[in-house]
Ligand binder design. Sequence first.
Ligand code: Q9C
Ligand code: ZN
Length: 341
Amino acid sequence: MKTIFSPRHHGHSGHVELYDGQIVPAFEKPSRAEMIRSAVEARDFGAIIPPRDHGLFPVLRVHDADYVGFLSSAWDLWLAEGRSNPALPSFWRAPGMRRKEPQTIDGKLGHFSFDAGCCLVAGSWDAIRSSADVALTGVDLLGEGEKSAFALCRPPGHHAHAGTMGGYCYINNASVAAQALRDQGAGRVAILDIDYHHGNGTQSIFYARADVVVCNIHSHPSHEYPYFLGYEDETGTGAGEGCNANFPLPWGTGFETWSSALDDACRRIEAWRPEALVVSLGVDTYKGDPISRFRLDSRNYLAIGARIARLALPTLFVMEGGYAVEAIGVNVANTLQGFIE
Ligand code: Q9C
Ligand code: ZN
């Protein structure tokens, strides 16, 4: 299995987030990707290659043009206000307020976000674009006949909606990849999101569609971020009715309960008969994760990879969350190894 990795992720660094009421260095930091890259390199799964440039067209198949325009210009607008510190939103609309895009950067930051988890610095946009190219290059590899590929995306993507950033996510890399697979001829694509947090952006992007089916295993939104989406009764709408499946689990969930949800999710995916699979791979389900509350061990990821392999589908793994930096490499590499063996 080849890995796609871009050193341009380093541009997105030195940023902050609002956490427990305080501004702190973001948990989503460059060392995450570097730890994963070295672990994958050490296991010799296959070549580690840079992404190819795909331009913004495949991104605009999923994201709104005004939002992509905002992402590409936000840092310059921030600088033009005479600021050079990291840009963080702090104003949002309440239901009932106007949906017009404000003309100033502070208004735009609120308009295009849903939390203070998405900071922008000088190199963020370059890293964000490159992360989407990593996922799209993974799609290319599947098109060239590879059975699987690992898109080592950073920043992650699954919280980003068509027109909204949040939860460390700007471009929804997994959704962009799923759409690209459709555009390259796959009749139906499944997305399996195993990050600790519900993939609200991915669910929302495909919620009314039957051609991209979405399964999410995550910490229950009644207690956990993103709080406002991810319940079991969210099953899709219109043509997409029955094409979204959520498996919310309580804080403290260990592998026995988690893996039985994975089994249920895999059976749902089999029933949909997709032609390709995108796995939103978060390893923040790990017991040592600093911001999460599941209890998976490092060896459990071997079994997870093996279960996903039994779906016997062309599979693109897309990196999402995981913040226990000292274990993130082992946990990701174990998942891929379990899949390959
Ligand atoms: N106490 C990803 O894993 N902070 N994003 C929640 C709750 C936001 C996680 C804090 C976590 C976002 C891609
Ligand atoms: Zn997560």
